[in-house]
Write a protein that binds this ligand. Structure first.
Ligand code: PLP
Length: 410
């Protein structure tokens, strides 16, 4: 269960398309943590899905200059020509991918790209294969669009990566898309070119299955990991691949809401139809900021990556010292997804027992004042997701508290 359906409040009948979709567990944990903070409790939240850095100054300056130039009107439907050109150059420079301007689309965040793509391509009953654990929005967006998320659990021992035989088994005549995310939210696991190969080979044998890849954490990879993206690895798949990216995570621009994608012209055109009847275009000022992000200096990406790496190492080594918790070292993103199966069945100081990852995160929030997200929110239990996009001193304190809470279990 990833989210709780909206309760039918008096006088309101929710549309059937949102019957099984609701407010995410992550949001609920955030609400509870905020309540506790208001009550004066020293809560540390390890749930953030965004970098704790500020948007770089040159990007902010570009936005201010755009306002001063009067770039405050509607823009072209799915991106200004200048931004599309910069995105095309980014794809060529960083990914070895050649997309023409009419194969590029810009939206209000990568989330809207996903939404546009599914709205434009899914009919009721169409299936979308989603390796699990997965970012909660994937399955909810598919459901809103009338599709069926086909969740395929991926083991920690396989690096949380989809195995070719699993993909082969999940494909049916109804399969419309396979959705891959590397590095992943929530696991931080990433596919190297070698990891991708057998999965792409399965797709080659199934021409009716299209591939959507979410590369939004591309720049947050560690230890020399070489980021790879499927449309570049296998050109035969490019005509049925949508390569999604955005500026939110790499450039600390979550609030600016700019995401983009490269893909086949017909799909991109259909996505523009959806966008034309929702947001009309992404924010003009944010597009100017994203243009600067993609064309301006890139040196801070390395500095920030190094800062995230240090924090990843801190969190992983502290978690590994806690009996009952184990975790692999993620290749990227800013999350760890740790196995807490060794704590299930243990008794809390109040005499009740921990029966699930949700029980454990609840216990640590109430007793240790640290907010984490249970694996159940991402479709795989028993795990905990820790976001380490938080100051080192806070992380150290949070991990001390988690360890103390675990010591108190019998
Ligand atoms: N894709 C993944 C895997 C994410 O974790 C997120 C945000 O948390 C997004 C996409 C959304 O990005 P955006 O801010 O561009 O909508």
């Amino acid at each position: 269960m990833t989210s709780q359906p909206i309760a039918g409040e008096a006088g309101f009948r929710p549309a059937s398309r949102i019957a099984s979709v609701g407010i995410s567990q992550i949001l609920k944990i955030g609400i509870r943590a905020a309540e506790m903070k208001r009550d004066g409790l020293p809560v540390i939240v390890l749930g953030a899905g965004e970098p704790d850095f500020d948007t770089p100054a040159n990007i902010k300056q570009a936005a201010k200059a755009a306002i001063d130039r009067g770039e405050t009107k509607y823009t072209a439907l799915d991106g200004t020509p200048a931004l599309k050109q910069a995105i095309g150059e980014k794809f060529r420079r960083e990914n070895g991918l050649d997309y023409a301007t009419d194969e590029i689309t810009v939206a209000t965040g990568a989330k809207q790209i996903l939404y546009n793509a599914f709205m434009a391509s899914i009919d009721p009953g169409d299936e979308v294969i989603i390796p699990t654990p997965y970012w909660t929005s994937y399955s909810d967006i598919v459901k809103i669009c009338g599709g069926i998320p086909v969740l395929v659990p991926c083991d920690a021992k396989d690096g949380f990566r989809l195995k070719p035989e699993q993909l082969q088994k999940a494909i049916t005549p109804k399969t419309r898309w396979l959705l891959l995310n590397s590095p992943s939210n929530p696991s931080g696991a990433a596919y190297s070119a070698e990891n991708y190969r057998p999965v792409l080979d399965v797709l080659l044998a199934h021409p009716h299955v299209w591939l959507m890849v979410d590369d939004i954490y591309e720049h947050i990879v560690y230890d020399g990991f070489r980021f790879a993206t499927p449309a570049a690895l296998e050109p035969k798949l490019k005509p049925r691949t949508l390569t999604i990216n955005g500026v939110s995570k790499a450039y600390a621009m979550t609030g600016w809401r700019i995401g983009y994608a490269g893909g086949p012209k017909a799909l991109v055109k259909a996505m523009a139809v959806i966008q034309s009847q929702s947001t009309s275009c992404p924010s003009s000022v944010s597009q100017a900021a994203a243009l600067e992000a993609l064309t301006g200096p890139q040196d801070y990406l390395e500095e920030r990556r190094e800062s995230f790496r240090q924090r990843r190492d801190l969190v992983v080594s502290a978690l590994k010292r806690i009996p009952g918790i184990s975790c692999r070292t993620p290749e990227g993103a800013f999350y760890t997804f740790a196995d807490c199966s060794g704590l299930l069945g243990k008794t809390k100081p109040d005499g009740t027992r921990i029966l699930s990852d949700h029980d454990f995160t609840d216990y640590v929030l109430e007793a240790g004042h640290v907010a984490m997200v249970p694996g159940s929110a991402f479709g795989l239990s028993p795990y905990i997701r820790i976001s380490y996009a938080t100051a080192k001193s806070e992380l150290e304190e949070a991990l001390r508290r988690i360890a103390r809470c675990c010591e108190q279990l019998t």
